[in-house]
Design a protein around this ligand. Structure first.
Ligand code: NAP
Length: 637
C-alpha cells in the first residue's frame, strides 16, 4: 500500500489535527530551517504562526511524505531540540532521563555489554516472574543480550494487569503513543487512549514477535523462592495445572507488579445478598448488566472510568462514595485516532518521536505541585500558588460538568488538595451523576442485605449487582510467593516486623542476592515524567547491568549492602515528608500511598523524577556486594 499518495486536502487535515509542537520539531529536525525553531512553544503560537506552520508542513509533505527514520541528532542539537519542546532548559539530570523519550535509538533505555558478549556458563538462567509490560520488556532486554531466561506467568495469557482488567470501558489514561514500548512503535492505536482489549492485544503481539511468548511458561504460579547459599541459586517452586514444578535460576527479576492482587472487601451480610457481587479485577464477559439495578463502590481510576458504561447499561445505578476525588479532563480521551493522524505518524519523519516527547512533557513540571509553599500559606494560600490554581480550575470544571448542581458539588468536592492522590481522568463521571438513573450516596455502607445495600442510617438501596471497584492490595508485594533469603529470612516477615515493605532503589533487598523487584516498594514515581512502560525499561536496565556485571566478572552474587539500604531509605523518608500526601492539606492517610500504621509513604518514590532516575538507572557499585564464583548450578533433585 502506498501510504504517501494522499491529496492535498487530506495532508492538510492531517497536519491540522496533529500536535503542532511535535510538527514544529519534526520540521526543524528535517529541514534545519531556523524559521521553525523561531516559533514559540506549541500552545503559545498565535493563529498566524499556526497557519504558517501548517502551510509549510503540508507543502513539504506533498513533495516528500513517506516513511523514513531520522537519526538521533548530535547531543548538542538534541539538547537544543528537547528544550524547544517546552521552552524550559533541561538540566543534566533531566536530559539523562528524557533523551531516550524521543525514541531515536532502536532499543531506548536498554543496556548492553561493556565489552562484547562474554561466555555465559552453561545452565546460567534468569527467571522473570510475570508477563505484563515489565516482564515482556525484560524478556526483550535479556534476549537482545543473549542471556538465557524463562518467563513464568501465573495466568494463561500475557498482559499482566491488562489481562486482568476487563471491566466496562477500561482503557489507558495516558496517551497511547507514550504507553507503549519504545522499541515497538508501529502499532496503529485505534483510539488516542487505547482500550484495555487493544493494550492486551498489543502486549501479546510484542511478546510473540520478539520471541518472549515462546520462552514463557504460562499457568506457572510462583509459590516459593529459596536462596541456596551453598550453590548461589534460587530454588523455585511453581504451582501448575500438572502439580508443583521445581526449577532453579541464578537470578530473579520479579515483574509481578503492583496491581496484581485484587482487594476484595468482605462486606457484612454479603452471604445474604441475593444478587451478584463483582470485583472489577475479576470481571468476565458473561456479566450482563442490561436493565439491572446496579450498586457500585470505589472512586479510583477504575470506578471513575466505568460509571458512564454502568449508567448506559443498568436501569438504576447507586454510586456509593467513601472519599471524593479530584478529576481532570483529558483532551481526545475516548476519541478515535483519525486515519489522517495515523498516516502522519508514518509519513512525517520524526513526528512519532517528537509527539511522544511533547506528549510526555506536559508532566515534566509537576513535582512542585506536591509540595507545600510556606510563604504562600503565610499569605493565606492553601498549598502553593500552582496547586491552588489547579484547585480553582478543577472546581470550575466540576461545576460545569455537574451543570452547577450545588447538591452534587457539595458531595463530590474533596476536602484535601489536588495531587495528593493519583490524578484521575474524568471519563464522563460527573456527567453520569446528572443522569436520571444515577444516584450518588455519601452515607457509608453498613452491610449488604438480601435486596441490596444498607447504609449506616438504615436506608436500603435495592441492587441486583454490586460492582466493587475497590482496587488492589498494593502493599502485598510479591504476594503470595514466599521469598526466603540468606539465613532463612522470609522477606514478608521481615517487612511485617519492620514498618512495611521497603527496598533499595525499589528493587534490591539486603540478604536476598540476585533478586530485583521491578515496581517494588517505593518505586512508583510520584511526579511527572515518562509513562510507566518507560520506567519498566529503566528498572530492567538496572537489574540487567547487575547481571552483566556478574557475567563479565565471573561472580555469583550481587547483593545490596545493609548500610546503603539504610541510607537510601532514610533519604527517602525525609523526602516523603515534604509531600502533601503526608501532610494535613493532602488529607494524610486518604490514599493508598501512605501506610497510616507507620505514617510513611509505602508505594511511591517521593523523589523528583530525574533524580530518582539517577538513583535507579545506574548501579552505584560501591553500594553493592559482588561476591562468589559463578558456577553452573547442579541439576535440581
Ligand atoms: P484504587 O485507586 O485503589 O481505588 C479504590 C477505591 O475503592 C477507592 O475509591 C477506595 O476508597 C475504595 N475502597 C477501597 N476499599 C474500600 C472499602 N473497604 N469500603 C469502601 N470503599 C473502598 O483502585 P483502582 O481504581 O482499581 O485503581 C488501581 C490502580 O490502577 C490505580 O493506581 C489507578 O490509577 C490504576 N488505574 C489506571 C487506569 C488507567 O486508566 N490507566 C485505570 C484503572 C486503574 P478510598 O479512596 O476511601 O480508599
Amino acid at each position: 500500500m502506498s501510504e504517501a499518495k494522499k491529496d492535498a486536502a487530506y495532508i492538510r487535515r492531517a497536519v491540522e489535527l496533529a500536535d503542532l509542537n511535535a510538527v514544529k520539531l519534526a520540521m526543524f529536525h528535517i529541514t534545519r530551517d531556523e524559521a521553525f525553531a523561531a516559533l514559540p512553544v506549541g500552545p503559545k503560537m498565535d493563529a498566524d504562526q499556526k497557519a504558517w506552520l501548517i502551510d509549510k508542513t503540508a507543502a513539504w509533505l506533498e513533495q516528500n511524505a513517506g516513511p523514513a527514520d531520522l537519526a538521533e541528532p548530535e547531543e548538542a542539537d538534541l539538547r537544543r531540540m528537547m528544550d524547544m519542546v517546552t521552552g524550559i532548559p533541561n538540566g543534566e539530570m533531566e536530559f539523562n532521563l528524557r533523551r531516550d523519550l524521543t525514541g531515536f535509538k532502536e532499543f531506548p533505555y536498554m543496556v548492553d555489554w561493556t565489552n562484547g558478549k562474554p561466555e555465559i556458563p552453561e545452565g546460567f538462567k534468569v527467571a522473570v516472574i510475570g508477563s505484563g509490560f515489565a516482564g515482556i520488556g525484560t524478556g526483550v532486554q535479556l534476549d537482545n543480550l543473549g542471556i538465557p531466561y524463562t518467563v513464568y506467568e501465573r495466568r494463561a495469557d500475557p498482559g499482566g494487569v491488562w489481562n486482568i482488567n476487563r471491566y466496562p470501558d477500561v482503557r489507558v489514561d495516558t496517551i497511547s503513543i507514550t504507553y507503549e514500548f519504545l522499541f515497538e512503535r508501529d502499532h496503529e492505536w485505534s483510539e488516542y487512549f487505547g482500550r484495555g482489549a487493544e493494550v492486551r492485544e498489543y502486549l501479546r503481539k510484542v511478546s510473540k514477535k520478539r520471541g518472549v511468548f515462546d520462552k514463557t511458561r504460562f499457568e506457572h504460579d510462583l509459590k516459593q523462592a529459596t536462596w541456596d547459599e551453598a550453590r548461589n541459586v534460587w530454588k523455585l517452586e511453581f504451582e501448575t495445572p500438572n502439580g508443583i514444578l521445581k526449577e532453579e535460576a541464578n537470578a530473579i527479576i520479579s515483574c509481578a507488579g503492583l496491581f496484581a492482587t485484587p482487594k476484595v472487601v468482605e462486606w457484612e451480610g454479603q452471604e445474604n445478598f441475593k444478587g451478584e457481587i463483582v470485583h472489577t479485577a475479576l470481571w468476565n464477559d458473561d456479566i450482563d448488566l442490561k436493565g439491572k439495578k446496579i450498586a457500585t463502590i470505589g472512586q479510583g481510576s477504575t470506578g471513575i472510568q466505568m460509571l458512564g458504561a454502568l449508567s448506559r447499561e443498568g436501569s438504576e445505578v447507586t454510586v456509593f462514595q467513601r472519599t471524593a476525588q479530584w478529576m481532570m479532563p483529558r483532551e481526545k480521551y475516548g476519541e478515535a485516532m483519525e486515519p489522517e493522524v495515523q498516516w502522519l505518524v508514518h509519513n512525517l519523519p520524526g513526528y512519532w518521536n517528537w509527539w511522544r516527547y511533547s506528549a510526555t512533557s506536559g508532566l515534566f513540571e509537576t513535582h512542585g505541585l506536591m509540595q507545600v509553599d510556606p510563604e504562600w500559606q503565610a499569605k493565606g494560600g492553601i498549598v502553593s500558588e500552582a496547586n491552588d490554581q489547579i484547585r480553582k480550575d478543577l472546581t470550575a470544571y466540576m461545576t460545569y460538568q455537574l451543570g452547577g448542581r450545588q447538591d452534587l458539588i457539595d458531595k463530590v468536592m474533596p476536602d484535601y488538595a489536588p495531587f495528593s492522590r493519583r490524578p484521575i481522568v474524568d471519563n464522563g463521571w460527573y456527567k453520569a451523576l446528572t443522569n436520571d438513573n444515577v444516584e450518588l450516596v455519601t452515607t457509608q455502607i453498613k452491610r449488604l442485605v438480601p435486596e441490596g445495600v444498607e447504609t449506616v442510617d438504615g436506608k436500603v438501596y435495592e441492587a441486583d449487582v454490586f460492582v466493587t471497584a475497590t482496587g488492589f492490595d498494593v502493599v502485598k508485594y510479591l504476594w503470595p510467593a514466599q521469598y526466603t533469603g540468606k539465613d532463612g529470612v522470609d522477606l514478608h516477615q521481615k517487612w511485617d516486623e519492620g514498618d512495611g515493605p521497603r527496598a533499595y532503589v525499589g528493587m534490591m533487598h539486603p540478604g536476598f542476592p540476585n533478586l530485583w523487584t521491578l515496581y517494588g516498594p517505593n518505586s512508583q514515581p510520584v511526579s511527572g515524567g515518562p509513562a510507566q512502560p518507560v520506567w519498566f525499561a529503566i528498572w530492567c536496565g538496572y537489574a540487567t547491568q547487575c547481571i552483566i556485571k556478574m557475567l563479565e566478572t565471573g561472580h555469583a552474587q550481587v547483593d545490596v549492602k545493609q548500610d546503603a539500604y539504610d541510607r537510601y531509605n532514610a533519604e527517602l523518608d525525609a523526602e516523603a515528608h515534604k509531600l502533601i500526601s503526608m501532610n494535613e492539606v493532602g488529607g494524610v492517610g486518604k490514599n493508598y500511598y501512605v501506610n497510616t500504621e507507620h505514617m510513611r509513604l509505602q508505594v511511591n518514590s517521593p523523589f523528583y523524577s530525574p533524580y530518582y532516575h539517577k538513583l535507579c538507572s545506574k548501579p552505584v557499585w560501591d553500594e553493592l556486594e559482588i561476591t562468589g564464583d559463578l558456577k553452573v548450578p547442579e541439576a535440581a533433585e
